[in-house]
Design a protein around this ligand. Structure first.
Ligand SMILES: Nc1ncnc2c1ncn2[C@@H]1O[C@H](COP(=O)(O)OP(=O)(O)O)[C@@H](O)[C@H]1O
Ligand SMILES: [Mg+2]
Length: 424
């Protein structure tokens, strides 16, 4: 008899479990987003912005909704570096939904948000733990999930519109580094006559020729090498050009700890769309054959591994690589052959004309100087640099910029004079 009751209860219990599973299957719909997908960050940011807004509105109107949000929240902190319009930056913290279960209401639908971290396994290439966010809602509200994701995406893209995103390598994955930055106007980088145009036109021409490459079965990629003394504008120009073309940057440091040939290949063949890969100081990575840092760590990208990664698997993916060096003479000829470096350009110390243009750019619109006078001073600047060059004295654009930042318009000319007479 008692046994009968026991069996009956367990049948009942099983039945309940069964029916709730069946119910879940029939009535609920779940969407899983893994942290490999860009929508993962978009969603968390969207949810953070939304719960902040809800909490604020709730505090005003209905106190109970505030308590709901604060009580159910297991939050994580994300540090956000923000760059202001004037170039200064700001660090703030964004509270995002932490691991655990949360609820939110979106367009009259309740959704369960479950954020989970997989602690046992890590992503193969990057070593970053897997994470997922699972959104669950009623089947009849499934379309709202799509709307929600679109909203999150638009919010993220809007935040970076007109900005330059800089990605760095995280293991073998690319991740945005800091917040999107304000673009630098291309014209603000003053290169010797025709140089900027030559590079820009080459990149633009390449971008128009995808079909041409495809038809001939040639990998659709192009490599650029900007070489020349420090402070000539190599990095600035590449950054500004990326902004001009609405491209992002992927910064690659070949001597980075933990980077090995296999990861490098993965990185170069998986750069985000519409981005330039920028490898600074290419000569330095392989210069000292075995590079050992203070803690005994050896950089493990080999030169042949690097060449392999540059050549990559022939895919239809577009790839634009920029490399910079102060010492082109130290580069192995194997690196600078066509297909790896297709255009090699010297960015040199300031020419007289560059100095004048930078001067005018800095002091145009300065108070108390009339246009004619500025033009006359510009001519003086040009003259000083020309005379110095005749004596084999040169100065970098970076040094001129430094001088112009320090000096008022009336001190600039004498400043250049002493800059170029004290340098030997
Ligand atoms: N050609 C240039 N035009 C305007 N500014 C320049 C130029 N070259 C260098 N600068 C300034 O000097 C600094 C260093 O320039 P950077 O691009 O890092 O030089 P590089 O990469 O050639 O060493 C930057 O602040 C940049 O604004
Ligand atoms: Mg540089």
């Amino acid at each position: 008899m008692l046994q009968g009751v026991g069996v009956g209860l367990s049948v009942l219990r099983h039945g309940l479990v069964y029916s709730s599973v069946a119910l879940r299957r029939r009535m609920l719909v779940s969407l899983e987003i893994s942290n490999k997908d860009p929508s993962y960050e978009w969603f968390l940011t969207w949810m953070a912005a939304r719960s902040a807004a809800v909490a604020e509105a709730g505090a005003k109107a209905k106190p109970w909704s505030l308590s709901f949000w604060t009580r159910s929240h297991n939050v994580s902190v994300q540090t956000v570096h923000e760059q202001r319009k004037n170039g200064s930056s700001n660090v703030s913290f964004k509270l995002v939904a932490g691991p655990g279960t949360h609820f939110l209401r979106y367009r009259n639908a309740w959704m369960q948000v479950k954020r989970e971290r997989e602690t046992r396994s890590q992503q193969l290439m990057s070593g970053i733990p897997w994470e997922t966010v699972t959104l669950t809602t009623l089947s009849r509200d499934r379309d709202k999930l799509r709307g929600l994701l679109a909203e999150a995406r638009d919010m993220a893209l809007q935040a970076q519109e007109g900005k330059l995103v800089i990605n760095t390598a995280w293991g073998a994955e690319w991740r945005p580094f800091g917040q999107p930055r304000r673009k630098r106007p291309l014209k603000s980088v003053v290169l010797a006559e025709g140089v900027a145009e030559r590079i820009e036109e080459d990149v633009r021409a390449f971008l128009q020729r995808r079909r041409w490459y495809e038809d001939r079965g040639i990998p659709y990629r192009r490599g650029y090498l900007l070489h020349g003394p420090p402070g000539s504008g190599k990095s600035s120009f590449i950054q500004a050009l990326a902004g001009e073309l609405s491209y992002d940057l992927c910064l690659l440091n070949l001597s980075e700890r933990g980077l090995a040939d296999d990861k490098l290949i993965h990185l170069l063949s998986n750069a985000p769309e519409h981005s330039f890969v920028l490898i600074e100081d290419v000569d330095a990575a392989f210069n000292k054959r075995v590079q050992t840092s203070a803690d005994g760590y050896q950089s493990s990208v080999t030169f042949s591994g690097f060449l392999n990664a540059l050549d990559g698997v022939a895919s239809g993916e577009e790839r634009i690589i920029f490399m910079t060096t102060n010492h082109p003479e130290r580069l192995d000829p194997a690196l600078i052959r066509p297909g790896r470096v297709d255009l090699s350009v010297l960015l040199d110390d300031a020419t007289p004309e560059q100095a004048r243009r930078l001067f005018l750019q800095f002091y145009r619109g300065s108070e108390g100087v009339i246009q004619d006078e500025l033009a006359r001073m510009g001519a003086q600047v040009e003259e000083i640099v020309r005379n110095a060059m005749a004596r084999k004295q040169r100065t970098s654009m970076a040094a001129l910029q430094g001088l112009f930042i320090r000096s008022g318009v009336n001190d600039a000319v004498t400043g250049i004079q002493s800059l170029l007479s004290s340098e030997s």
